[in-house]
Design a protein around this ligand. Structure first.
Ligand SMILES: NC(=O)c1ccc[n+]([C@@H]2O[C@H](COP(=O)([O-])OP(=O)(O)OC[C@H]3O[C@@H](n4cnc5c(N)ncnc54)[C@H](O)[C@@H]3O)[C@@H](O)[C@H]2O)c1
Length: 357
């Protein structure tokens, strides 16, 4: 049985990861690390851990001999330092997205993983859900022909929740960026997964809620990460992509939409409509029809991410596996968009890549 150590037992670990490990084979959570004693207590109850399996220092967890692999779910600035420590200790890692603070540190993790010959999995969660897997397979079937346009929306209201404080996500020193890295990493990877690659872009960012109360005091301090970023991108295939990301859109709790138009028709996913896809393969109104996600893709609402990570540690990968190569590609786009928004100009991915070589 594989023994996993989770580092950072906050929201994503206690919800998504816990659920995803629960439906995976031959695994147990053997140790957990968090700085907050209350989160360690939650983990203790979730996994029935004894006190000697709870850590406040990630190095102590990694060196404990109690785990075979590490799952990193901390704020973004800690992802790469922890991954490097684990790889140097000979352990495979799973890293939450965005992989790091910039492409340079992600490329360093990639070089170390290669040197140590160890797998690194990235939690690009949209690759691990039934309907998005179905979406990929429909795109790969070639049914809509050559792709011309990709329209992607990830629109949330979470930045407007009453009384939300200056958590790490709102601080560039800990998060790197706001919705650009948080939501964008998934969306950039989604495009990559659909066989499309961003080669250059123009980005426009805004901060709407300009200051917030600090988490542990009455002090008010500035928000330094983007509340919204809009991107117009050119793809290697010649197609175009429009990507809208925001956490300040009040009214719909969450709107996630992927629409891909090809020369013969279109494929649409919208969480507002629910599971399944809308397909149009004749290109006219008569061709529009809904296709439920086939049962073979698994129970709706499931996340197969942890199984994919565990398989990777056994050397098994497939067209859904989210690797560090994908994570680094998404990171290039994040860096390019940050620069484009700051400098008000079109930025190529080549420019970002050249700087880290
Ligand atoms: N894949 C997804 O869909 C998805 C969804 C949400 C969040 N995330 C990512 O997951 C990560 C965590 O996000 P979250 O929403 O769970 O944040 P969170 O703030 O709820 O949890 C982070 C946890 O890390 C702990 N922590 C901080 N420093 C630590 C350290 N040095 N050692 C050990 N633990 C430490 C905190 O105490 C906290 O419990 C982020 O990188 C985020 O982008 C991914």
């Amino acid at each position: 049985m594989k023994r996993v150590g989770i580092i950072g037992y906050g929201w994503v670990a206690g919800a998504n990861h816990k659920m995803s490990y629960a439906i995976a084979d031959d695994v147990r959570i053997a140790a957990v690390c968090d700085l907050k004693p209350e989160r360690l207590q939650v983990a203790k109850e979730h996994f029935g851990l004894s006190d000697d399996c709870l850590f406040s220092d990630y190095k102590a967890l990694i060196d404990s001999g109690k785990v075979d692999m590490v799952d990193i779910c901390t704020p973004n600035n800690l992802h790469c330092p922890i991954a490097k420590y684990a790889l140097n200790a000979g352990l495979p890692v799973s890293i939450e997205k965005p992989v790091g603070m910039n492409s340079k540190e992600v490329a360093e993790v990639q070089a170390l993983a290669k040197e140590k010959n160890l797998p690194v999995f990235i939690c690009l969660t949209w690759r691990h859900m039934p309907t998005t897997r179905f979406f990929k397979d429909v795109v790969d079937s070639g049914i809509i022909g050559k792709v011309y346009h990709c329209y992607i929306k990830c629109i949330k209201e979470s930045g407007l929740w009453e009384g939300r404080r200056l958590e790490w996500r709102f601080d560039a020193e800990q998060a790197g960026s706001g919705v650009l890295g948080d939501l964008g990493s998934h969306m950039f990877d989604f495009l990559n997964w659909m066989n499309e690659e961003i080669v250059g872009l123009s980005a426009n960012s805004a901060i709407f809620v300009k200051e917030r109360q600090k988490v542990d005091s009455d002090e008010i301090a500035p928000v330094t990460t983007d509340d919204s970023t809009s991107i117009i991108a050119n793809l290697k295939s010649g197609a175009t992509a429009n990507i809208e990301l925001t956490r300040c859109a009040k009214g719909l709790e969450q709107l996630v939409e992927f629409v891909i138009f090809g020369e013969k028709g279109s494929i649409t996913f919208s969480n507002e409509v629910g599971e399944g896809l809308e397909l149009n393969i004749t290109g006219d109104e008569k061709g529009r029809h809904r296709v439920p996600t086939p049962a073979e893709y698994g129970e709706q609402g499931s996340i197969f991410q942890s199984q994919s990570f565990l398989d990777m540690t056994d050397g098994k990968t497939d067209r859904y596996t989210s690797t560090l190569d994908g994570g680094l590609k998404a990171q290039y786009v994040i860096d390019a968009a940050l620069r484009s928004a700051k400098e008000g100009r079109y930025v190529t991915i080549e420019e970002i890549k050249n700087e880290i070589q």
